[in-house]
Design a binder for this molecule. Structure first.
Ligand SMILES: NC(=O)c1ccc[n+]([C@@H]2O[C@H](COP(=O)([O-])OP(=O)(O)OC[C@H]3O[C@@H](n4cnc5c(N)ncnc54)[C@H](O)[C@@H]3O)[C@@H](O)[C@H]2O)c1
Length: 248
């Protein structure tokens, strides 16, 4: 029960990696806010979480709207009065080739994957600072370190941006006892990657020395470690969770 009494906000928490992160925190005693654009799925995920002494809050938020992010944070603050852990996980991943990326699609990917993390951090920090033990964890990607193998340039650029955001936060908020770290998975089996089709996933599997692509729980374990007391001296780190896909 490493996270008893901790308040955790997970964006994109309704499914895939986000849902696995919510389940893992709830299992270890945290109160979890499942924030997602898909309220029904968020409610379903929240209902399925471990409830012992902890309570969970599904929240609908479209992270492309600053006003909705502000409302979400206000709601969480009203319910729990503080936020210990923020996981910026929501993301979209179009596979569009470079010359076919429209300006609108570029903006949409950057808004959801990067700008929303900036806005969530900016609005959550006032509720995190008084805890003196805050944790920010950004879900980046191997694509943000090496360029996308299959995924679009906008996606890779957004995930690289998340790394720089992580380092800036780590430097600026260390004085408040807040750490900021990133997790960089390679391919993980979720709705996002299942949409690519089994043939592509089979091809990709061959690139993983450990012989399989990732599972959402692989990423959740890394997130929980970075959020734990054991990681209190780790900040500005990028933790690869990729089965050996990228070794740097
Ligand atoms: N699956 C992978 O292979 C992989 C690899 C590396 C990094 N990642 C990253 O991990 C994160 C989670 O990916 P996943 O595979 O679980 O994806 P997913 O598509 O299964 O889940 C993403 C969740 O984000 C939510 N979301 C999307 N747009 C939103 C918006 N505007 N406002 C609020 N919520 C929104 C969706 O409703 C969904 O519940 C993403 O940031 C992704 O880029 C995934």
């Amino acid at each position: 029960m490493r996270f008893e009494e901790k308040i955790v906000l997970v964006t994109g928490g309704a499914r895939g990696i986000g849902a696995a992160i919510c389940r893992a925190f709830a299992h270890e005693g945290a109160h979890v806010v499942v924030a997602d654009i898909d309220l029904k799925a968020a409610q379903k995920t929240a209902t399925g979480l471990d409830h012992q002494k902890n309570e969970h809050l599904p929240v609908r938020v479209d992270l492309t709207h600053k006003s909705q992010i502000l409302k979400m944070v206000e709601l969480v603050a009203k319910e729990f009065s503080m936020i210990h852990i923020l996981v910026n996980n929501a993301g979209i991943c179009p596979l569009t080739g470079f010359e076919d990326i429209s300006e609108e699609e570029w903006d949409q990917v950057l808004n959801i994957n990067l700008k929303s993390a900036f806005l969530c951090c900016q609005n959550v920090l006032p509720y995190m600072k008084p805890t003196h033990c805050g944790r920010i964890i950004n879900i980046s990607s191997a694509a943000g370190k090496m360029g996308g193998v299959l995924v679009g340039a906008h996606y890779a650029a957004s995930k690289a941006g998340l790394l720089a955001l992580t380092w800036c936060l780590a430097r600026a908020y260390a004085q408040y006892g807040i750490t900021a770290n990133a997790v960089a998975p390679a391919t993980v089996e979720t709705d996002m990657t299942r949409a690519w089709g089994q043939a592509k996933l089979k091809q990709l599997r061959k690139k993983f020395p450990l012989g399989r692509i990732g599972k959402p729980d692989d990423v959740a374990s890394a997130v929980l470690f970075l959020a734990s007391d054991e990681a209190e001296f780790i900040t500005g780190e990028v933790l690869d969770v990729n089965g050996g896909f990228l070794m740097d």
